[in-house]
Design a protein around this ligand. Structure first.
Ligand SMILES: Nc1ncnc2c1ncn2[C@@H]1O[C@H](COP(=O)(O)OP(=O)(O)OP(=O)(O)O)[C@@H](O)[C@H]1O
Ligand SMILES: [Mg+2]
Length: 203
């Protein structure tokens, strides 16, 4: 018995973290054992790498390698063991985010990212990925309203996020069986209705 691996993706301010909590609650109500986690992070070492990734300046290659180092740790210590034990893992960002941010946003050759993906998780892809799709202007307004101090990624200009969003959409078109795009410009209650339909489909 293995659990399902579900990832939430989208640009900063799309609403991933907000809805991940609610999505986990709905699954728990159905008696499913759920582990919620995030990338980069999810393990003690991964969270230390997250601090560096979000706040320390570094080259693009270093950033990408550290993302996968944190991911490897996360897979070995948390994601794979939980799935083996039958728990469902709900993860805020995963490898699609590396293609979108380091690839689309920063311009790294996606072939390089595919090589690391092949090394770190050749055998594992999410069972389901929900992409929270929202215009960049709306996401920026949400983050500004939240008033939290921006990290290295959140300080990037709107054009960066336009490229990130475009890669998410390209990947959704390329992997239609795995990736569901949700219109995240709507009210949270409406988004939750769509997520509940998705849950009905996977349970
Ligand atoms: N559908 C929505 N309508 C209006 N505001 C929203 C909606 N979803 C989330 N928000 C608000 O927008 C802000 C960003 O949401 P959230 O932190 O969930 O986004 P995120 O995708 O996790 O962003 P990040 O990638 O930066 O972690 C929060 O203040 C949240 O309350
Ligand atoms: Mg978040």
């Amino acid at each position: 018995m293995t659990g399902k691996f579900i990832t939430f993706e989208g640009i900063d301010g799309a609403g991933k973290s907000t809805h991940l909590v609610r999505f986990a609650e709905r699954l728990a109500e159905r008696g499913i054992e759920v582990v919620t986690t995030r990338e980069p992070g999810g393990t003690p070492l991964g969270e230390r790498l997250r601090e560096l990734l979000l706040h320390e300046s570094m080259s693009l290659a270093t950033e990408t390698l550290l993302m996968f180092a944190a991911r490897n740790e996360h897979l070995e210590r948390l994601i794979r063991p939980a799935l083996r034990e039958g728990r469902w893992v709900l993860c805020d960002r995963f490898t699609d985010a590396t293609f979108a941010y380091q690839g689309g946003g920063r311009g790294l050759d996606p072939g390089r990212i595919a090589t690391l993906e092949e090394w770190v998780h050749p055998d594992l892809q999410p069972d389901l990925t929900v992409v929270f799709d929202v215009p960049v202007s709306i996401a920026c307004r949400r983050l500004a309203k939240a008033g939290t101090s921006p990290d290295r990624f959140e300080r990037e200009p709107a054009l960066f996020f336009t490229r990130v969003r475009a890669v998410y959409k390209e990947r959704a078109a390329r992997f239609p069986g795995r990736i569901r795009v949700v219109d995240a410009s709507r009210k949270p209650s409406e988004i939750m209705k769509t997520l509940e339909d998705i849950i009905l489909n996977i349970c």
